[in-house]
Write a new protein. Sequence first.
Length: 423
Amino acid sequence: MLTPKTIALVKATAPALNQHGEALTRHFYRRMFKHNPEVAPFFNPAHQTAGTQQKALAGAICAYAANIDNLEVLGGAVELIAQKHASLQIKPEHYPIVGENLLASIREVLGEGATEEIISAWAEAYQFLADILIGREAQIYHEHRSAPNGWEGFKAFFVTRKEQESETITSFYLETVDGSAVPDFKPGQYITVRVPGPCGHPTMRNYSLSDKPGQSWLRISVKREPGDAGKPEGFVSNFLHQQLRVGDQLEVAPPCGEFCLDLTERHERPLVLLSAGVGITPVLSMLLSALEAFPQRQIVFLHGCLNSRFHAFKRRLDALERQHPNLTVRYRYDHPTEMDLLRMAGTNVSEGQIDAALIESLVPERDADYYFCGPKPFMINIYHQLLAWGIPAAQTHFEFFGPRQELDRPGQEREKLAAECPV
């Protein structure tokens, strides 16, 4: 356990970290990539360019400092980080690299304020958290190795099918090169793919599994990220869309992630699945699994996107609604085409965004289990609407593509540690 002196010193640095947090993390990443370039493959350069990774790590450090004397509230965040680390194959030997560069950055950015006493306290606090994560990650790696058809590290898969789902989303069906069956997974989990990077070293990305467990394949449905003036195009997504062909091989790590639908739970309240954009991928896996596991339970599936050109899986979802009386499907287009406007009258498509009024029209009692995933504005709106309704945290589940502290209201430090960070 941490000593009282260490706890007091770390908490005392919280105001300075809040003030200099992003400057510290920008310095940290520059320093680490300069002195330890071997860790670069673990990081997404688009997130570095946009500054989201720096902001995420700053929030995580501040949250850790603020809650150093009450770490129980950070349990869920630790699980999220451990799952992400395991997906990228981060091992115990990587932690000293991060720790050394983090402590040096604190010293270099805070200057005289970073006394030897403070640096010593942060070294102890960092190692304490590292040991917790290393222990949980060891459990996850053991689970991967011991699971039926499981493995640790990266395994070769063939691309056996490639299907375009919309103008920007394509599905890739993956089957093992050695002919073995694929492992089971929890609906909502993701896999990591590793491809040759532009600078000569491999690069990795996480992609949600978009089909249900129990198939002879693993399916990911990937949005091609074209980039814009503020960020580069997505290297891996464009590689998959433009260069990967049926018959090609792809390196894949085992399924990970804590945003999952628990198929062992039995509730009479409705199950509400909400998605926008490419956030449909883990939520679709949940829907396909829930329809088999809960044939009598009311299930509501709401999806938002720009318009019909960007609407993935519509034909499949409409067929599911016809086949399952307990399923209701609705769509929202926030920028419908002229043809969309002519066609949507009297259908399950309407103009606008997913909002409280739409949800209440289908679940008037509000008491339900909510799972949601999508772009940041969508996530913020849904998250705060569920808070306003007083939906218990145990009934609210989400996957956020970015630093989770951006969802926070003041005082919600717990979520801040769940940032996308390397510690």
